[in-house]
Design a protein around this ligand. Structure first.
Ligand code: SF4
Ligand code: SF4
Length: 318
């Protein structure tokens, strides 16, 4: 996928790197300096073959970029071009590109990708996948390390591997704009992976799911939420940052990830105003006193019932 206009991913590619068909993955761990031979261009016999029968999950950055390219508002774009999914087997709602009745990407034409400059992250990755390998030493948990490596996906129909053009993985990623996408997506992907690590037992409330979906898919609505609700009464936000997120969509997107981290996982990414914390503490204390008061009266009631029963028993004995 080097020369524009070009084609995209295939069913073998996935945003989170866990849906790849193992039989298409080359059994070699690659580094940024490893070399691959690959080129995708309109003259390859398979051109656009890989833009169908695919699962292209969209990140917030993908959605923002695509809808700007198409000059569409988020709700319109989401309705027309996407279908809802749960992300990475979690209960976090997201979207993927809605394929046509022919099972093709709606943006592909015989001459290539019509949104090439704004194509999603998944399309840019193919055919180089990335994985994080978590290595843990049982003797010393402190030595646990995360190792990033790359792998090549070779599907029989993809003729790009027969081309002579040689690149390092680093060059390939820079050419495809993958580094930029990774930087834009990393905090959002970390939220999803963090949620996944809790396992299927933990579940998000419907309210939290709605908030995650709105924030991930519609930054205009998130901006209204920040500036037109009681949001700013609750969170302590630097005035300069407020100015930035009022105008700049990318700054707002990164801010939204911090908001999600703090509201979903209780991180300190967005500090809550001291008076709000005090008001909440007072509310909790009031509730506690009410519960304690209720427990006291229940105890008194039970005690009086017991005393009456004992008195009745004693009078029967006499
Ligand atoms: S967005 Fe473009 S590159 Fe990606 S699958 Fe669709 S047509 Fe292909
Ligand atoms: S060479 Fe590979 S990436 Fe390019 S169009 Fe063919 S199948 Fe798709």
């Amino acid at each position: 996928m080097s020369d524009q206009p070009t084609s995209g991913p295939s069913s073998a590619k996935s945003l989170f790197g866990t849906e790849n068909n193992p039989s298409h993955i080359m059994p070699a761990k690659l580094t940024l300096d490893s070399k691959i031979k690959f080129r995708c261009h309109p003259e390859v016999s398979c051109f656009t073959a890989c833009c169908g029968n695919i699962n292209i999950t969209l990140t917030p950055f993908d959605i923002l970029r695509l809808r700007k390219h198409l000059k569409m508002a988020a709700p319109e774009f989401i309705h027309q071009y996407t279908t809802p999914v749960f992300l990475e087997k979690t209960d976090m709602p997201g979207v993927r590109i809605k394929l046509t009745e022919e099972n093709r990407c709606p943006f592909v034409t015989p001459t290539g990708c019509t949104v090439y400059a704004s194509r999603p992250t998944t399309c840019r990755y193919y055919p180089v996948g990335m994985a994080n390998f978590h290595e843990r030493s049982d003797e010393d948990a402190e030595k646990a390390t995360d190792q990033q490596f790359f792998f090549l996906i070779k599907e029989p129909h993809c003729k790009g591997h027969e081309e002579s053009k040689e690149w390092t993985i680093r060059e390939w990623r820079a050419d495809q704009g993958v580094d930029v996408c990774d930087e834009m997506n990393k905090d959002w992907m970390a939220l999803v992976m963090r949620r996944k690590s809790f396992g299927p037992q933990a579940s998000l409330s419907e309210k939290a799911q709605r908030m995650f979906f709105m924030t991930s898919t519609d930054l205009d609505q998130f901006r209204r939420f920040v500036f037109e609700s009681s949001f700013l009464d609750t969170y302590q936000i630097d005035p300069e940052e407020l100015d930035r997120i009022r105008e700049d969509d990318i700054a707002l997107m990164h801010f939204s990830f911090r908001y999600l981290a703090s509201s979903l996982f209780g991180t300190q990414d967005l500090p809550i105003k001291a008076e709000k914390i005090q008001a909440k503490a007072a509310e909790i204390k009031k509730k506690q006193s009410e519960i304690e008061g209720k427990a006291d009266s229940t105890y008194d009631e039970l005690k009086s019932i017991r005393d009456n029963m004992l008195a009745e028993l004693n009078s029967k004995k006499q």
